[in-house]
Design a protein around this ligand. Structure first.
Ligand SMILES: Nc1ncnc2c1ncn2[C@@H]1O[C@H](COP(=O)(O)OP(=O)(O)O)[C@@H](O)[C@H]1O
Ligand SMILES: Cc1cn([C@H]2C[C@H](O)[C@@H](COP(=O)(O)OP(=O)(O)O)O2)c(=O)[nH]c1=O
Length: 717
């Protein structure tokens, strides 16, 4: 038996998000570039092969029924093997060297494709068609091994943070560029060869379809050679096992397969992904199955159908290409589920469209959701499924997707013919109550349900409401995950620009709370601990060797990590109230907005430093930088940050306000121009209800007779 796959661990906290710069970085990665070329070649071969073989088979026979049968036979021959052999191929891929698997597959496909026209030269028409079918079937079988090997090898070539960009590029190659290129090459060859033969068709040098098949065979040969020279791919399980300690028995194919299924079954991420993908593809299949009927219902013919189809693909491409820059830092698990929900919603709304003008954007939206879900799903599988399991999981997903797609296309195109239509007149428009519309609604709802279930299975931000998180993300930053807190202390933070009055208000609040009998820890950042004080002087003192923006961010994070670990968490665990002058938002505002570092990076760094400890309330004292700076001028020489330009402090102010706007329930924003007494009152009003729960634990002591009980790990300012 193989070592059983370990239990699914917690999600990797490192972000998977990508941006345009990652695409450039990935493109500079040589092994990936070469692999990408082979994706393109093989995918070109696939598309060209499908077109050429189908046309070839149809061209061998006469009569429309026979042509239809021959054409359909090729398509079926291509889809069938996935279903039967997919999972087995995945288990195989995980056991053997992925590079060699890919090379052998490409060589076999080279031979098979070249054999199709060659057999036709010597054999009769039935033999030629028969062989075309057999070869096609075999080519698809080979693809079953090649595909999971390819998918599983990408994560070995590119680092985690570039995985999404790498997937974007390979999806664009597979579904965007190469199908178009295949059509163009097919058509180009046709014209070229026919024009060379002038008007006498019998003088055609090589039949255009034969030529396409030969060309196609060559693409696989080239791909085989290129892959052979990418040794980095060979880090699959097979190779590790071979060079691993002697005496570790190799798992048999069936037991590897069973391990793979077990892993998929008990890993919430994989379960969620499979469920979501199946929901999306079922809906997609229905759209394809009923498309023509629906188009007719919209009052259009084939042209409308092609328009809808075009919109679906434009949406798909846009989702894959632009999605990541739209959602930026959003959790990829959440993005995946939300995309499927979006797709489902668009499909469910389609039946309500009375006109193509409404149907087109909805179709594009459905495509965009599907494209984003496909990209996020592939990236998640690559990033979070261990290398040893990846081939099996990819194969499992690929084959179930095909089954569902085939079934939903077949069933829906069958059903749609049965149900008759009824027209309802809505003023100028006629709404056609047809089976097509009913099926669309049903499949849209199905996809939404699937997205909800997969969300439940794989969400990595429990406790953070999805829609608020989405909204916050679209506006610049996703919401943090509240850290799990033991103890029932209260964590209150003051934020704001220089001279906003944070220290004044923090002291007032701390005294008021202590006066009511609470244990209060009044603290600040940076510099609340001995280590922190050293860091503080490194950052803020003027020196010839001022830290760069990134090292400044790291120093603040280092101070914060130590502060949280040694002061804040222990206090909260005791049940104390922590009143802190500045926290994470200062880094986001000063280093993010002010120094213009990527806010997501600073946010991630802070989350890591604090182990996701989030304040219960942030009191933001909003002050005009001019006013605030003039207040602190009286304090003496400005430190390094105070001495920054006014535009810097303006950006900082915006940074704070944006944070507060993204999560209003956790912020109290006050105009710091008000008098200190008024501000203190407003703060007490907001904090008091938070104490009620707290007061059950620590009795409230009458204000007058109590000695304030404030401990300060930092010296008074
Ligand atoms: N609401 C207020 N109105 C006017 N001046 C204030 C107010 N709050 C504080 N100050 C004064 O402004 C200066 C800076 O206040 P401080 O609390 O140290 O701000 P911060 O900690 O935000 O830098 C101090 O001299 C303080 O007395
Ligand atoms: C905590 C923190 C502070 N800072 C800056 C803001 C302040 O200019 C300086 C802290 O100095 P401090 O004297 O504590 O400022 P204030 O009296 O205004 O509260 O460090 C950051 O840039 N990033 C951070 O994460």
């Amino acid at each position: 038996m193989s070592a059983a796959p370990g239990p699914p661990g917690p999600p990797d906290p490192r972000p998977l998000a990508t941006d345009a710069s990652q695409v450039r970085v990935v493109l500079r990665n040589r092994p990936f570039r070469r692999l990408w070329l082979t994706f393109g070649l093989s995918s070109l071969g696939d598309w060209l092969g499908l077109l050429a073989t189908s046309l070839f088979a149809a061209g061998q026979v006469t009569g429309s029924t026979a042509k239809g049968l021959a054409f359909g036979g090729v398509v079926v021959a291509r889809l069938l093997p996935t279903i039967v052999l997919g999972p087995l191929a995945g288990a195989f891929v995980d056991r053997f060297d992925r590079r060699l698997t890919m090379v052998v597959c490409d060589l076999v496909r080279f031979v098979l494709f070249a054999s199709i026209p060659l057999v036709a030269v010597v054999g009769s028409a039935p033999v030629a068609v028969g062989w075309a079918l057999v070869a096609t079937f075999a080519i698809e079988v080979v693809g079953m091994f090649w595909n999971p090997a390819k998918e599983a090898s990408v994560p070995n070539l590119v680092p985690r943070e570039q995985l999404e960009a790498a997937n974007q590029l390979s999806l664009i190659a597979t579904y965007g560029a190469t199908p178009l290129l295949a059509v163009a090459i097919g058509a180009g060859l046709n014209r070229l060869l026919l024009s060379l033969a002038s008007d006498d068709p019998s003088r055609v040098l090589v039949d255009p379809n034969d030529a396409a098949l030969y060309l196609n065979a060559v693409t696989f040969l080239v791909a085989a050679v290129v892959v052979f020279f990418i040794p980095e791919i060979s880090t699959g399980e097979g190779r590790l096992r071979r060079s691993g300690p002697a005496g570790v028995p190799e798992p048999s194919l069936p037991s590897a397969l069973i391990d793979g299924w077990k892993y998929a079954g008990r890993t919430p991420l994989v379960r969620g992904l499979v469920l979501g993908i199946l929901g999306a593809f079922a809906a997609g299949g229905v759209v394809v199955g009923v498309g023509q009927f629906f188009a007719r219902g919209l009052g259009g013919g084939d042209a409308t159908f092609y328009l809808l189809f075009g919109a679906l693909f434009v949406g798909l491409g846009a989702g894959m290409g632009l999605g990541p820059s739209l959602v930026r830092g959003l959790s990829r698990r959440r993005w995946f589920c939300a995309s499927i929900g979006l797709s489902g919603l668009a499909v469910a709304l389609l039946p309500l469209s009375v006109h193509i003008v409404v149907a087109l954007p909805l179709t594009a939206l459905a495509g965009a959701g599907a494209g984003m879900a496909y990209l996020a799903g592939t990236t998640l599988l690559g990033a979070e499924v261990p290398d040893a399991m990846r081939g099996r999981v990819f194969a499992f997903v690929q084959s179930t997707v095909r089954v569902v797609l085939l079934l939903s296309i077949a069933v829906s195109s069958l059903l749609v013919g049965i149900g008759g239509g009824r027209k309802i007149s809505l003023g100028a428009f006629n709404l056609d109550l047809s089976a097509a519309r009913g099926l669309l609604l049903l499949s849209g709802v199905l996809a939404i349900v699937a997205s909800v279930f997969s969300f439940r299975a794989m969400d990595d931000k429990p406790g953070v409401p999805l829609f608020r998180d989405l909204w916050a993300t679209l506006r610049g930053h996703s919401l943090p995950v509240p850290g799990d807190r033991s103890g029932d202390g209260l964590f209150l933070v003051f934020e704001g620009g220089e001279g906003a009055g944070k220290s004044t208000q923090a002291s007032a609040l701390a005294e008021w709370l202590a006066g009511r009998g609470f244990e209060v820890v009044r603290t600040r950042e940076p510099g609340a601990t001995p280590l922190g004080r050293q860091i503080r002087s490194l950052i803020l003192d003027h020196s010839d060797d001022a830290p760069s923006a990134r090292s400044e961010a790291l120093l603040y994070a280092a101070d914060r990590a130590h502060h949280v670990a040694t002061v804040i968490r222990p206090a909260l665990e005791r049940g104390a109230i922590v009143v802190c002058d500045r926290y994470v938002d200062s880094s986001l505002a000063y280093q993010g907005a002010g120094r213009e570092l990527a806010v997501e990076d600073v946010e991630w760094l802070s989350r890591w430093a604090t182990a996701s400890l989030v304040p219960d309330l942030v009191i933001l004292l909003d002050v005009d930088p001019g006013v605030g700076l003039s207040r602190v001028e009286r304090r003496g020489a400005a430190d390094r940050l105070e001495a920054e330009s006014v535009s810097f402090h303006e950006r900082v102010r915006r940074g704070f306000l944006d944070r507060a706007a993204a999560d209003p329930r956790r912020y109290l924003v006050l105009d710091a121009g008000a008098s200190a007494g008024m501000l203190a009152d407003r703060i007490k009003v907001r904090v008091a209800p938070m104490l009620k729960v707290h007061a059950d634990v620590i009795p409230v002591v009458p204000e007058a007779d109590d000695q304030p009980n404030v401990s300060t790990p930092t010296e008074a300012k």
